[in-house]
Design a protein around this ligand. Structure first.
Ligand code: FES
Length: 118
């Protein structure tokens, strides 16, 4: 029911991710949606201040892929290509000079999270 209401509000395709309760504070897990070579998307689910946040792993600088695992200072996603840092809560660049990264709405219920792409 909640998922149906949120889908109507947020629009786009809902992607369910199981076992998100295992994503520890200050870490990120990557989720690939579709085939990356054919227009798919890779999203990082990051836990910051207890909440999950979804950020596109495609770095807006020059197309690197943001890292999974430990977040820098427990709250920032890092691109390994040039070391730029992004806030997964809103996509803002915290170190570097480029546009912010794309973020997605995410809701977590029990051990399953849903984010909306589209
Ligand atoms: S491509 Fe990501 S920091 Fe340059």
């Amino acid at each position: 029911m909640l998922k149906r209401i949120l889908s109507a509000l947020f629009k786009g395709r809902a992607v369910d991710v199981p076992n998100t309760d295992q994503i520890q504070e200050g870490t990120a897990r990557g989720v690939t949606v579709g085939d990356l070579a054919a227009g798919g998307t890779r999203v990082l689910l990051c836990r910051v201040d207890g909440a999950l946040h979804a950020i596109d792993s495609l770095c807006p600088h020059e197309g690197g892929r943001l890292e999974t695992g430990d977040l820098v200072e427990g709250r920032l996603a890092r691109c390994p290509l040039h070391g730029y840092l992004f806030d997964p809560r809103n996509g803002a660049v915290k170190r570097g000079a480029c546009a912010g990264a794309k973020t997605y709405r995410v809701a977590e219920q029990g051990s399953t999270a849903t984010f909306w792409i589209g």
